[in-house]
Design a protein. Structure first.
Length: 354
C-alpha cells in the first residue's frame, strides 16, 4: 500500500510501491497540473499534483512488462501536450542474453501511453521505434510544446554498426508518430553508448536535442535543432573544454528552452557546467547526474554530489538531501521549480521558490 509522508509545505515523500523501491522520477508541469512518472519493480507509475507539487495523488499503474530498465537514467519520461499526458518508457519480454549489468531486455522497444482524463486511465502502449529492438538500451528523452507537438529521441542500435541517435515526432498529442529519423551518426562509428539524450521544444515548436558524442576519443556534449523533426542543423559542441575518456560516464545532462534562450547543463569529469550555445561555459558545481529546468529565463540545475542532492540557481547552491539520487527538475507555471529524486525506496519532492 502506498503512503504519503508530509515533511513540510516545501517537501514531501511518496512511499515505496509495496516491496519494490521507486526509481527514476520524472516531472513536468502545465497550468494547474504537475505530472510525475517513475518506475518500481516491472511497472511504470503515474502520480499528479494540483497544488504546485505540495501534495501528490496515490500512484496509478500505467503499464508493466517482464523487463523494465530502471537504472542510470533508463526510466520513464513524461510530457503534457494540450489535454494529453504522455509517458514513454522502454520495455521488453526477454532478459538480455549477455546478462547486461543494467538488466536490459534483448527485445526492448520504446512505448508511449496517453491519458486524456488527467491520468486516471491510460491507453494501450504504442511502439515508437519502427525497427524492433532498436531502442533496447533504454536511454531516451521526451519533450512537448503544449500545442500537440511532441518529440522523442533515443539511443538506437539498428543495423548493428554502432550506437546512433534517432527520433520521431507527433503532431497530435502523441496519438500517432512519424517514421523514425536519424538525428546523428558519429563519423567515428558511434556516439556515447550509455548517456541519455535530452530534448526540449520552444514555444514556436523548434526542437533542440543534446547528446554526449564520441569523437577522437572525447565524450563531449553536442546540440542540434530542427523545425520539422526531419532535418537537423549541424551539431554544435557545448562548452570550451573536452573530456577524453575511455569509458562511458552514463550521464547525459539536460537542455531547456524559452522563447529567447537555449541553455544546457552537463558534467565533464567531476564538474558541472552551464552553457548557452556559442557562449563560454560556466562551472557551477561538482557532481554528476545533472538535471535542468528553465523558469522564464532563470535556470534551475540539480545534481548528485556523493549522496547529496544539490540545487543551483542565481549563483547559489543548496543541499536538498543527504541521502538521495537521480534528481529531476521542472519549472512551475507561476514561477519557481519542483525537484524530485529517489530516497530510501521512495520519491521525495521539494519546491524551490522564485
Amino acid at each position: 500500500m502506498t503512503t504519503l509522508l508530509f515533511a513540510s509545505i516545501l517537501a514531501m515523500s511518496l512511499g515505496p510501491i509495496g516491496p519494490d523501491p521507486a526509481h527514476e522520477p520524472q516531472i513536468t508541469a502545465s497550468r494547474n497540473l504537475v505530472a510525475m512518472t517513475f518506475g518500481a519493480g516491472n511497472a511504470i507509475y503515474f502520480s499528479s499534483s494540483h497544488d504546485a507539487g505540495r501534495t501528490f495523488s496515490n500512484p496509478v499503474k500505467v503499464a508493466e512488462a517482464d523487463v523494465v530498465p530502471l537504472t542510470r537514467h533508463r526510466g520513464p519520461r513524461i510530457a503534457i501536450s494540450g489535454d494529453a499526458i504522455v509517458i514513454s518508457a522502454v520495455m521488453g519480454k526477454t532478459p538480455s542474453h549477455e546478462q547486461h549489468a543494467h538488466g536490459l531486455p534483448s527485445d526492448g522497444d520504446l512505448f508511449v501511453w496517453r491519458s486524456l482524463d488527467g491520468g486516471k486511465k491510460w491507453s494501450q502502449g504504442t511502439v515508437i521505434n519502427d525497427v524492433p529492438g532498436a531502442s533496447t538500451e533504454g536511454l531516451h528523452s521526451l519533450a512537448a510544446d503544449g500545442r500537440g507537438h511532441l518529440f522523442a529521441a533515443w539511443l538506437d542500435n539498428r543495423g548493428g554498426n554502432g550506437t546512433k541517435l534517432y527520433g520521431a515526432r507527433s503532431t497530435d498529442s502523441g496519438a500517432t508518430w512519424s517514421k523514425n529519423v536519424l538525428i546523428y551518426q558519429s563519423p567515428d562509428g558511434h556516439i556515447c553508448e550509455c548517456c541519455h539524450p535530452s530534448a526540449a521544444l520552444d514555444p514556436s515548436g523548434q526542437i533542440a536535442i543534446m547528446w554526449r558524442n564520441w569523437l577522437g576519443g572525447s565524450r563531449d556534449m553536442y546540440l542540434t535543432r530542427s523545425r520539422d523533426g526531419a532535418a537537423f542543423s549541424q551539431p554544435q559542441k557545448m562548452g570550451d573544454g573536452t573530456w577524453h575518456l575511455n569509458g562511458c560516464p552514463m550521464d547525459g545532462g539536460g537542455v531547456a528552452v524559452s522563447a529567447t534562450k537555449t541553455i544546457t547543463a552537463w558534467r565533464r569529469g567531476e564538474n558541472v557546467f552551464l552553457a548557452e550555445p556559442g557562449k563560454p561555459e560556466m562551472q557551477i558545481g561538482t557532481g554528476k547526474d545533472v538535471a535542468l529546468a528553465l523558469s522564464g529565463n532563470r535556470p534551475y540545475v540539480t545534481w548528485t554530489h556523493g549522496m547529496k542532492i544539490e540545487a543551483w540557481s542565481d549563483g547559489k547552491t543548496q543541499v536538498l538531501s543527504n541521502a538521495g539520487a537521480y534528481s529531476a527538475v521542472t519549472s512551475l507555471p507561476n514561477g519557481g521549480a519542483l525537484v524530485a529524486w529517489e530516497e530510501n525506496g521512495g520519491i521525495v519532492t521539494r519546491l524551490l521558490p522564485r
